[in-house]
Design a protein around this ligand. Sequence first.
Ligand code: GDP
Length: 199
Amino acid sequence: MIHLQNATFVRSAAKKEDFPRDGLAQIVFSGRSNVGKSSVINRILNRKNFARVGNSPGKTTHINYFKIDGRFYLVDLPGYGYARVSQAERARWGRLIESWFADPSLMSLGCMLVDARHAPTADDCTMGQWFKQSGKPFLVVANKLDKLKKSEIDPNLQRIRDTLEIDDSIKIIPFSAEKGTGRQELLGEIAAHLGEGLI
Ligand code: GDP
C-alpha cells in the first residue's frame, strides 16, 4: 500500500552513474521552470516544503530522487526553459536527460507538467517526444488550473493535446497545486501504474 507518509530525499544525480538502479519503480516528473513542479510534488505528498518551491536557475543539471514509502522513487527531472541559462548548461541538461531516457526501463509512469494557461512551448514538445519515444506510459498534468476561467478550460486542454500531438489514450489531468484540484486523479494513476492500492 502507498500511504505517502514516508518521503525521503535520496540523492541529486548529475550523471548516469548516480542514477539508482535497484529495481524500485520510478514515477517521473518533468516540466518547464516555474510551471509549478515543486508545488505539484509538495501537493501530492501533502508537504509544504519538501521539493523546494521557487528553485533558482542553475539547478538545471540535477535529477532529484525521492523515495516514497520505500515502494517507489519519485524522480524530479530538472526544469527547462530558463531564460537566463548558458548554451553550455542547456547542452548539459540535454545530455543528462538523454542519458536518463537511454534506459527508461524502470519508469512506471511519466508525469509531464505543462501550464494550463498556455499552449505548450517548443521545449514542452521536445519533452513530449522523449516520453513518447520511451514507450512507457505517461500523462500530462495541466497545472495552474485555478488561473483559468471555466470557459477556458476545455479549449485550453484541447490546445495542449493538439500542440503536443498526443492522442486520446494519453490522459491530461487538470491540476491546481494551489487548490489541490486533480490530486486524487493523479494519485489514482500513480497507484494504478505501480499496481498498488492507495490508502
Ligand atoms: P517549479 O519551478 O516548476 O518547481 O515551480 P514552483 O513550484 O516553484 O512554482 C512556481 C510559481 O508558481 C510559484 O510562485 C508557485 O506558488 C506558483 N504555482 C505553482 N503551482 C500553482 C498553481 O497550481 N496555481 C497557482 N495560481 N500558482 C501556482
